[in-house]
Design a protein around this ligand. Structure first.
Ligand code: C2O
Ligand code: CU
Length: 540
């Protein structure tokens, strides 16, 4: 056979293949057959409320949000899919709040008794607990302990059964913190991964005067972006694995980490967004169970970051790419003014779990006419807030992560070799400033989230892992690394990188009581990588 013949053959078969592809019906379980960038990016519904004035003349906002099983269209090519949604919606309705004006939410549960995803009964909090237990955590918020969504403060349909730490039906959010992108999601013990995957997640946008004065892109030019990865069955229902791909002693069984093969943004599979040639603000949230993303734009255009988890950073930061671990948020501006007529793809360069297609997230089509002059600005400075004073540090802690094999032959990630039920060891005093050293001798990073606080990353530093494993001593092998350029502001979730100590500083302001801290890989959190955090009253 000559070379020519080979070329001819393969090109012919390519043509055949592409012909075939057109006729292949869409199979939701096979992302190769799913058309990309055909559905518009939806904007989550913003829940309306009438602000009231309470008996003391103070303003407040009241909401009533009900968790329901319902049907959702992930793609115009899919049949409707069963989800669990806040008010039956996926993503949940966006709550808009304003600094210092409290928000009250009556979170209600109308979910059916049986979970529609494989429910593992060997995990803490699942042995006798009802499958439809839920509790809502507002991630990144400073709230009183009884409204924080403690994992054991759960409740079932109509509050029929409630968990041991349940205290109230109506949660109160004081909103006494800087404006930022928060998000609410389920946090029920031992089943957070299933409840969030089923659809229980939504945005909570906290605004403040400082931000309003800045004249950033707003209204239709300010867009929240919730990225999740999902997998589907052939019939369009959500797929979540029943057991890991290795032998385990129970079924169904939790997996060490779920990676979906299909990207979903604001509830749609690989959507597109028509934009005008002007500046837009995007609030990007990774709400995935386990998948991390390294995001960039396909045409090499940059981002101007303006905020982190905890709100605006001091000065805008030019980024060509950035990493978002589960639960992290990045607030940024993209200026499309130079790209009239172009199509730009938001790409994911993370190769930790490659699935063909997951390198694509969302397509921007700069196809709209400019409606009016873009008079929004990217200010030179955004805010001044240096964070806790290092001279005020009252306590330095060391906490370490590790992995063991559990009773059923599964990897179990742990904090300081302890279980959720071991007595609390992180008991900071109210108002105190602390330094936490997160020691990660494992091969992978873990997104560590601490409730109640917004911390700053001081540095990361590599250490001799082998020596540490043998002696428990940390011997540094390299210099202190400053936080990444996109991590300069306040954070509530941090990538505890492998082989490094990550040093944080934080102040336990605002409230005392029972909170938690944990890994935000939801499969780790559900299987013991979570610990109590007890903030002690000042004078006890
Ligand atoms: Cu976003 Cu304790 O969780
Ligand atoms: Cu983890």
């Amino acid at each position: 056979m000559s070379n020519n013949e080979i070329v001819a053959d393969s090109s012919e078969s390519l043509i055949e293949e592409s012909k075939e592809k057109k006729c292949i019906p869409v199979n939701p379980s096979d992302p190769n057959t799913v058309p990309k960038f055909v559905d518009k990016l939806p904007l989550p519904y913003v829940e309306k409320t009438n602000p009231e004035v309470d008996e003391y003349g103070e303003e407040r906002s009241m909401y009533r949000i009900t968790m329901k099983e319902s049907k959702h269209y992930f793609s115009s090519y899919f049949p409707p899919t069963k989800v669990w949604g806040y008010n039956g919606l996926y993503p949940g309705p966006t709550i808009e709040a304003f600094k210092n004006i409290p928000t009250y939410v009556l979170w209600e549960n109308q979910l059916p008794k049986k979970h529609f995803l494989p429910y593992d009964r060997t995990l803490h909090g699942t042995v006798d607990d009802p499958e439809n237990k839920t509790v809502v955590h507002l991630h990144g918020a400073k709230v009183e302990s009884s409204s924080d969504g403690h994992p054991e403060a759960w409740f079932t349909r109509d509050f029929n059964v409630v968990g041991p730490t349940f205290k109230r039906k109506v949660y109160k959010y004081d909103n006494y913190q800087s404006g930022t992108t928060l998000w609410y999601h389920d946090h029920a013990m031992g089943q957070t991964r299933l409840n969030v995957y089923a659809g229980l997640a939504g945005f909570y946008i906290l605004r403040d005067e400082l931000e309003e004065r800045l004249n950033l892109p707003k209204g239709q030019y300010e867009i929240p972006i919730m990225i999740q990865d999902k997998s589907f069955k052939e019939n369009g229902e959500l797929f979540y694995p029943e057991r890991p791909p290795f032998p385990v002693g129970t079924n169904p069984s939790i997996v060490p980490g779920f990676f979906g093969n299909t990207i979903v943004v604001n509830g749609k599979v690989w959507p597109y967004l028509d934009v005008e040639p002007r500046k837009y603000r995007f609030r990007i949230l990774n709400a995935s169970n386990r998948r991390e993303y390294i995001l960039r734009l396909s045409n090499g255009a940059g981002f101007v970051q303006i905020g982190t988890d905890g709100g605006l950073i001091e000065m805008p930061m030019n980024l060509s790419n950035f990493k978002v671990m589960p639960a992290e948020r990045i607030d940024l501006i993209i200026d499309f003014s130079k790209y009239k007529g172009e199509e730009i793809i938001l790409m994911n360069d993370d190769v930790a779990a490659p699935n063909p297609g997951t390198e694509l997230i969302l397509k921007f089509k700069v196809s709209k006419k400019l409606k009016g002059k873009d008079d929004s600005v990217i200010p030179e400075t955004l805010r001044v807030d240096h964070g806790p004073n290092i001279n005020a540090v009252r306590k330095k802690r060391r906490v370490s992560f590790g992995v063991q094999t559990d009773h059923y032959g599964r990897p179990q990630f742990k904090i300081d070799e302890m279980l959720w039920t071991d007595p609390s060891t992180e008991n900071p005093k109210f108002d105190s400033v602390e330094i936490w050293n997160l020691i990660n001798p494992m091969f992978g990073g873990h997104p560590i989230h601490i409730h109640l606080v917004q911390f700053k990353i001081l540095w990361r530093r590599p250490f001799d892992v082998e020596n540490y494993n043998n002696t428990g001593k940390v011997i540094f092998t390299g210099a202190e690394e400053p936080p990444k350029d996109y991590e300069m502001g306040f954070k509530d979730t941090v990538d505890a990188e492998p082989g490094k100590v990550t040093r944080l500083i934080m102040q336990f302001k605002g409230y005392s009581g029972d909170y938690v801290w944990h890994c935000h890989f939801l499969e780790h959190e559900d299987n013991e990588m979570m610990r109590p955090l007890r903030v002690l009253d000042c004078c006890k």
